[in-house]
Design a binder for this molecule. Structure first.
Ligand code: SF4
Ligand code: SF4
Length: 1013
């Protein structure tokens, strides 16, 4: 044993200092991040709470167990990691005391401990075998993007599997050799664990009794394997074994609590921070010159961000749920985090040394450190081998659906990181999809995305058979009513959403609930602006709303829009107002339970229909409202609820969140089409929604499905409130009365069979017929829609900019951002006067198909995922398409020159000279002006607000990319060099390049009843 001791000590003397050096490096790397004081507040309480969380998360393996077989297998390995630590204590005791039979003081050779150690070791082996076969079945090489391990480091995962196997067999060798040398023993005996350690005992029976050499060999191998493993873990992604528990401990304190008690970083988005402090509009003038807005460099991430990167297990759960990844877009939340992690580590030697010492560094390290964080990439967009770290298309593909955050077992905050990177691109680089110009312009000028006059905000209420109380007109304050009904921009302007607004108002009136609205005093909550990265437009809108809400004495708010609800409830709190906000389905459900609303049990309102419900991401995952809408649907007579496979917390996004509503979708399959196909596949007659954005997206998807004959003509998209109103009134509850659907379906089918006719229809810009399909019985007759209002195919939502004049009558006088031009123009000036074209997605390169370039290998020790221990989980139902033939098409080069975008600044300038100046000096958008030429404002000043939107030329050019998409190389890498082999057209992901089309052109008051439309 003396020789064993000497060798053991030498091994430890070599390896432990290496491990310590690495730990020190990791500490420096993580602590180099920006401050995050909110994560350190109440650290004692957090630590105590974290222990409880750890018990639930790690010991309870709660989230993992949801994944059944892999969850159980992972638990075996995880518990082995903890329990076999006791064997290592015994091994070191034996080594240092030179007594192979060394045991714990007091516990000694307590039989149950020996049993537990052997049992978990055997179960660990079972877990390893399980993981191996799961991996084999779910190889990215076979499944491509459908494999959640696609992009994970698979080789490393197999190495870990092998290392754990070595830990187990060396343990048995050591213990069996010891067991062979002692007499039979049993409970209470001091002679080893005996038969309690059943596996060691059995193996020991095969070994000679006099086996000092084997004992020493087993002991050294057992300790040596652990030391090598330690080095591997510290130098690889398996680091998460140690840092993931810390990451869970430092999670966002104001996260949303799920039904299972777990909190997730959803709901509000993280405030924009500078040096650990949230930046508000009031701080703008006082910011240091070197202050960053958002994140533009790896050094701008907080230490919690770096801890996030180090914690990723590569399990791929986020990826498997991501709507962008599942529709062939280049965004994978897993690979976004992995790319940031790899860059943080690779550039660390540069970032962690003093500037004067950087010159001596390796050229590759310097080159890595100088890569832009966001921009054009080389190679695969999701796993670039050059250029920027994060591809522009990756950044702007996110819908903020929150599926990744919700799924992540180690509490990584993907959405916050994406938003921070978008902030930098918008506020500093002025580099964002050109369609967002229209959104920002509408919000800036008229407080709504459509740039409609605020005087039209109450049009939805025209001719209702009761009076809608308006604060400042019919009531003085909300003290006179129970609820503030927050209508929202869609609810006020978008024709389909207006019907939801009217339905809710009618239901509240029928139930005797008093409510008031803010009328023309309401402004967009700013959700889309914030999620698009334009923090200052968001804050400007929020300030205006908060002033109004405070004046109106708002306390209880009901909203039909989950985005408004989320912003009012979770985000305005940081800006000074605490509101009790609920969704209309929650309030309506309460009223039904209280007997104030009663569905009619028979008649036309009760005939049999199947309904499927689409969970809006901002209602479900972001705010944990899953049950009330379903409760309502289930109490409606005649209604049968059919769930989609992806529902509840695993619901699939409609594609509109994260300001994607306002952007063109040019890559891969359209998300709304994917979701609509899933809804239609349930056989439902009605697709119920609880969000105006979802309604637009799914109605558009349904239109397409009905046009191509894959959906029945009877199917319609309706808000739950409309369904309830029909049920309560006993009015016809479906698109067609019983028996009429078939008659209507016939022409629809005929239409689907006539592709030429369809093509001609699509070519017509007005496309009123297309607008009809997919909308509800309760929707406007499409023929009524003025042709001029329909957005042309491929154009921006804002192409049909309303003719309404810019509304100067904002409470504060003029536009929210009126003062901007005085100091050099608005954001839009800056963006467009920048030398570089701001239209981020303007690229035409194609990238190889994903499966062709799967990185070789990966996984982790205790991962739930990228690891060997993962299983092919219950990945969401695949899109209807087969494996994509191409993926990385990028939007065609935007033809629009930068200059015209400066025009929108002009109208803001005019009122500014007349309006009383607010406390905002200069433009809100002056902050990034350092990167923008100031003269841009001057020519802008002459441009009228009604000027043609700048996006139009680019939109017109967009179709040029379609053929390129079809010619995208197939999966073989060789295709990169041989673009001559076009993918079959039928397999290429469809991409219309269109935005979805909210309809704001129908006079809703022309109809007597909501349902007459
Ligand atoms: S929020 Fe949704 S779209 Fe964005 S990365 Fe996460 S899963 Fe994908
Ligand atoms: S740990 Fe898993 S779910 Fe979380 S970011 Fe990494 S791959 Fe995604």
């Amino acid at each position: 044993m003396t020789v064993t001791l000497i060798i053991g000590l030498i091994l430890n003397a070599i390896i432990l200092p290496l491990a310590a050096k690495r730990v020190l490096f990791l500490y420096r790397l993580i602590s180099h991040g920006q401050p995050a004081p909110d994560r350190m507040e109440n650290i004692t309480k957090r630590t105590a709470g974290a222990l409880g969380t750890q018990l639930r998360e790690v010991l309870g393996q709660r989230r993992l167990l949801k994944w059944t077989i892999p969850g159980v297998a992972h638990s075996f390995v995880m518990y082995a990691f903890l329990i076999l630590g006791t064997v290592y204590v015994e091994a070191y005791g034996a080594l240092l005391s030179r007594n192979p039979d060394w045991h714990f003081l007091f516990i000694g050779t307590w039989g149950p401990l020996g049993l537990l150690q052997d049992l978990i070791a055997v179960l660990c082996l079972v877990g390893l075998v399980t993981f191996y076969f799961i991996r084999m079945r779910n190889q990215p090489e076979k499944l491509g993007r459908k494999s959640r391990f696609s992009g994970s480091h698979l080789g490393g995962a197999y190495l870990v599997l092998f290392m754990i196997f070595n830990v187990i067999w060396t343990m048995f060798l050591f213990r069996a050799a010891v067991s062979a040398g002692v007499p039979e023993s049993g409970p209470g005996s001091d002679d080893g664990y005996g038969k309690w350690a059943f596996a060691s005992y059995a193996i020991g029976k095969l070994l000679p009794e006099d086996n000092g050499f084997l004992i020493g060999l087993g002991l050294l191998l057992h300790i040596g394997i652990m030391l090598v493993f330690l080095i591997d873990v510290l130098h690889s992604k398996h680091l998460h074994i140690f840092v993931a528990p810390l990451n869970v401990m430092f999670k966002r304190p104001d996260a949303i609590e799920r039904e299972d008690g777990k909190t997730v970083a959803l709901g509000k988005v993280k405030p924009m921070m500078n040096n650990g402090k949230a930046i508000t509009l009031d701080d703008v003038d006082d910011l240091d010159e070197d202050a960053t807005l958002g994140i533009g460099n790896i050094n701008d991430f907080s230490w919690k961000g770096v801890l996030d990167f180090a914690s990723c297990t590569e399990c791929g759960r986020c990826q498997s749920q991501c709507p962008a990844w599942n529709t062939e877009k280049p965004l994978s939340p897993k690979m976004l985090i992995m790319n940031l992690r790899d860059h943080a580590f690779a550039s660390a030697p540069y970032n962690l040394v003093a500037e004067d010492k950087r010159g001596g560094l390796d050229a590759a390290v310097i080159a890595e450190a100088e890569r832009p964080l966001v921009g054009d990439t080389e190679g695969l967009a999701w796993h670039p081998d050059g250029g920027a770290i994060i591809d522009t298309d990756v950044l702007w593909s996110c819908t903020n659906c929150g599926a990744c955050v919700n799924q992540c077992p180690v509490d990584i905050e993907h959405v916050d990181h994406i938003t921070d990177m978008r902030r930098y691109q918008v506020l500093v680089e002025s580099n964002f999809p050109s369609e967002l110009n229209g959104l920002f312009r509408g919000l800036e000028q008229n407080g709504n995305p459509w740039n409609m006059s605020s005087r039209g905000r109450m049009d939805w209420a025209k001719d209702l058979p009761f009076e809608v109380k308006v604060v400042g007109e019919t009531i003085e304050s909300l003290d006179e009513v129970d609820w503030l009904f927050w209508v929202g921009c869609a609810g006020a302007y978008e024709d389909r959403a207006k019907k939801t607004t009217r339905a809710v108002a009618e239901l509240l009136d029928m139930a005797g609930v008093s409510f008031g609205v803010l009328g023309n005093g309401e402004t967009c909550t700013g959700d889309s602006a914030r999620r698009a990265g334009n923090e200052f437009v968001f804050q400007g809108l929020a300030q205006q709303n908060i002033e109004m809400l405070t004046e109106a004495k708002a306390k209880q708010v009901v909203s039909t829009c989950p985005h408004c609800m989320n912003t009012l409830k979770n985000e305005y709190r940081d800006l000074g107002i605490e509101l009790d906000v609920i969704h209309h389905t929650q309030l309506l459900n309460r009223l039904v339970r209280e007997g104030k609303l009663t569905p009619v049990a028979s008649g036309e309102g009760a005939h049999q229909r199947k309904i499927t419900y689409h969970d809006p991401c901002f209602l479900g995952r972001h705010n944990q409202v899953y049950t009330p809408p379903r409760d309502l649907l289930q109490i409606m007579p005649g209604a049968e609820l059919a769930e989609m496979e992806r529902s509840g917390e695993k619901s699939f996004c409609c594609g509109a969140g994260g300001a994607r509503m306002w952007m063109e979708e040019t890559i891969g399959e359209r998300i709304n089409v994917n979701r609509t196909n899933e809804a239609v596949a349930t056989g439902a007659d009605q697709i119920a929604v609880g969000c105006p954005f979802c309604r637009v997206m799914l109605a558009d998807g349904l239109t397409e499905a009905q046009d191509n004959g894959s959906a029945r003509a009877e199917v319609e998209v309706l808000d739950v409130a409309q369904m309830l109103l029909a049920s309560v009134k006993g009015e016809v509850a479906t698109r067609y009365k019983p028996g009429e659907g078939e008659k209507a379906a016939a022409p629809a089918a005929k239409k689907a069979e006539a592709p030429e006719a369809k093509a001609a229809e699509e070519a017509a810009p007005a496309a009123p017929a297309a607008a009809s399909a997919g909308s509800s019985l309760f929707d406007d007759a499409p023929a009524e829609a003025p042709a001029a209002k329909a957005a042309p195919s491929g154009g921006s939502l804002f192409d049909d900019a309303p003719a309404a004049p810019a509304e100067p009558a904002k409470p504060a006088g003029g536009s929210l951002f009126d003062e901007a031009p005085a100091a050099g123009g608005s954001l839009f000036d800056a963006a467009d006067s920048a030398p570089a074209e701001p239209a981020a997605p303007a690229k035409a390169e194609e990238k190889p198909a994903p499966a062709a370039a799967e990185p070789a290998s990966g996984g982790s020790l205790f991962d739930m995922g990228g690891s060997l221990f993962d299983a092919a989980d219950s990945a969401p139902a695949e899109p209807a398409k087969a494996e994509p033939a191409k993926v990385e098409e990028k939007p065609a080069e935007a033809a629009a020159p930068a200059a015209p975008a400066a025009e929108p600044a002009a109208p803001a300038a005019a009122p500014a000279t007349e309006a009383a100046p607010a406390d905002l000096s200069g433009s809100l958008f002056d902050i990034p002006a350092a990167s923008e030429p100031a003269p841009a404002a001057a020519p802008a000043a002459a441009a009228p607000v009604e000027e043609a939107p700048v996006e139009e030329p680019a939109a017109e050019e967009a179709p040029a990319e379609e053929p390129a998409a079809e010619e995208a190389p197939a999966e073989e890498p060789a295709a990169e060099e041989a673009p001559a082999a076009p993918a079959p057209a039928a397999e290429a992901p469809k991409s219309s390049g269109e935005t979805n089309e909210p309809r704001t052109d129908v006079n809703i008051s022309d109809s007597g009843s909501l349902f007459d439309l």
